[in-house]
Design a protein around this ligand. Structure first.
Ligand SMILES: [Zn+2]
Length: 171
């Protein structure tokens, strides 16, 4: 009888511990996504679509960047490409295996290709990109390359930033 009670207590403790870790993880992800969103806002200065990206290694921010397509009149200067370049320079290697990339929008095919080439194994993004997102254009691209993905982190905040941008553009 005593043992049953004990088991139940242990089970309850395990559940609450898991919940605690889970919430902690979510909160951390939101904290990092907030930094990426802050980067995204820098795109607005040059009338670029507001997309930001950061790269983390051992939970430390290694590089930050934002979309610079209009700023440099370059189709390839997406936030992800720029942040990969910056992180590689800083770490002095193109092998970013132990890094995580946070992006305020689902990466396009070009950027997903760059992420695969850089050997990044974890992607966290805020909102889907219904037009150019990799998941709309290919099947199982990340699964094939063994890349872990988390989405919908601060989704509403990113959507609002993008919507405001396009609304202002139309006016
Ligand atoms: Zn891209």
């Amino acid at each position: 009888m005593f043992e049953i009670g004990q088991d139940w207590k242990i089970a309850a403790l395990k559940t609450s511990l898991c919940a605690c870790f889970y919430n902690g993880g979510e909160k951390m992800k939101e904290k990092y996504m907030m930094i990426a969103l802050k980067e995204a806002k820098k795109s607005l200065k040059y009338n670029d679509v507001p997309v930001g990206a950061i790269i983390l290694k051992n939970n430390k921010v290694v590089a930050k960047s934002y979309n610079k397509k209009e700023k440099y009149q370059s189709a390839t200067r997406h936030a992800e490409i720029d942040v990969i370049e910056k992180a590689s320079k800083k770490l002095n290697t193109w092998h970013l295996d132990d890094c995580t990339i946070y992006i305020t929008m689902e990466p396009c095919l070009m950027c997903t290709g760059a992420i695969i080439q850089a050997r990044i194994k974890k992607i966290v993004y805020a909102t889907d990109n219904n037009k150019y997102g990799f998941s709309k254009q290919t099947n199982n691209l990340l699964e094939k390359n063994n890349i872990n993905i988390t989405k919908n982190i601060l989704k509403e905040e990113s959507i609002k930033l993008l919507q405001d941008f396009f609304k202002n553009k139309r006016q």
